[in-house]
Design a protein around this ligand. Structure first.
Ligand code: ACO
Length: 323
């Protein structure tokens, strides 16, 4: 049994925030942000959060797939910025869509989340447990950054992406293989403390947590681990990198993607980018980019595509898909 992506969708809030807008609230500049990261603007939610974006992306993916909500068996949402600790984003989206026959739950792997969610979905589909699934990557990081910290607040944006998948018994299309990894010994490199008000035994109320990042450590980790993971994935699949049309990489920093391209000895033509328009939307970057490629008609039947992400945990993952 193969897991085939039959539809994609994405959504980002309408409000555009440029680098110049940010230069009005922190000591930064368009030039610094563009040259260090490749980001020109990002979308920021003015109110509604992760569930709203996830549901909008899901509706578009279902429409693209020609699948009705009641046909979905399972919804897996990847997010680290759910609107609530509970219910899960997946259950909320299930309610909004009216996907009454589905089971829904979330996975947490930060910026690698969509790959982790799709890998989990693939495993469940391969075993025949479910037939039609909805995988979502959605994050609302603008609500978890410290807007007075210029070293982090300029990097992120809000958005969501989704893919509808279906079990197919025959044919070459679908997920070929995937690999995931994590290294908890490096957990402190990139963190966002959970909101906690303490309890009646706590002497003081904890401060609300914000994203804290050792930027250069994340940079070094990404440019080493992602090429290693992609190499290993392709070796397992017996696929040469020349056979791969696109590497759809997590959009954290243009320079990280350039460095990955150099290490894999491939041209940047194989690495589509949209970080200039969205910034880093964490678990949403890969499905948003995949949806853009799909809607632009850049993915043809038979094309091989690698999806690869990295993020807090530290976590990383890659997946080879035949379109
Ligand atoms: N505007 C102007 N100056 C800034 C800004 C800013 N927004 N942010 C930091 N600086 C300053 C610093 O204060 C420092 O000044 P100093 O030399 O006077 O001390 C100087 O710029 C250099 O700071 P560095 O942190 O060394 O800058 P670096 O070149 O490493 O770039 C960056 C920082 C862009 C974060 C880079 O390390 C990076 O991309 N790291 C990867 C991490 C990443 O992409 N994280 C995204 C989220 S994680 C994920 O998606 C997995």
């Amino acid at each position: 049994m193969k897991t085939v992506i039959i539809g994609t969708g994405s959504f980002a809030p309408p409000r555009v925030v440029t680098n110049d807008d940010l230069a009005e609230i922190v000591d930064t500049s368009d030039e610094w942000i563009r040259t260090r990261t490749g980001i020109v603007q990002r979308r920021i939610s003015e109110g509604p959060g992760t569930t709203w974006m996830a549901a909008e992306a899901a509706k578009r993916a279902l429409e693209d797939a020609g699948v009705r909500p009641e046909e979905i068996d399972i919804i897996i949402a990847a997010t680290t910025t759910a609107d609530y600790c509970f219910p899960s984003t997946a259950c909320e989206v299930q309610g909004i869509l009216g996907a009454g026959n589905a089971v829904g739950y979330d996975v947490s792997a930060a910026c690698s989340g969509f790959i982790f969610a799709l890998h989990t979905m693939d495993a469940l589909i391969k075993t025949g447990t479910y037939g039609t699934g909805l995988v979502i990557g959605a994050d609302n990081l603008s609500k978890t950054v410290d807007w007075s910290d210029r070293s982090t607040c300029v990097l992120f944006g809000d958005g969501a992406g989704a893919a509808v998948v279906k079990a197919c018994e025959s044919g070459d299309r679908g997920v070929i293989c995937s690999q995931l990894g994590s290294d908890g010994s490096k957990a402190s490199v990139l963190t966002c403390q959970a909101r906690s008000m303490g309890n009646f035994l706590t002497e003081s109320r904890p401060e609300p947590g914000y994203i804290a990042m050792e930027g250069q450590e994340v940079f070094k980790f990404a440019v080493k681990k992602v090429p290693e993971c992609v190499d290993s994935l392709l070796r397992d699949a017996g696929t040469d990198i020349d056979e791969v049309k696109y590497l759809v990489l997590h959009q954290a920093n243009y320079r990280i993607c350039e460095s990955i391209a150099r290490r894999l000895k491939i041209s940047m033509d194989k690495i589509p980018m949209n970080i200039d328009r969205y910034g880093n939307t964490s678990g949403a970057t890969i499905p948003i980019l995949l949806d853009e490629l799909n809607r632009q008609g850049k993915l043809c039947r038979g094309d091989k595509v690698v999806l690869a992400g990295f993020g807090a945990g530290l976590t990383w993952g890659a997946m080879l898909v035949q379109w």
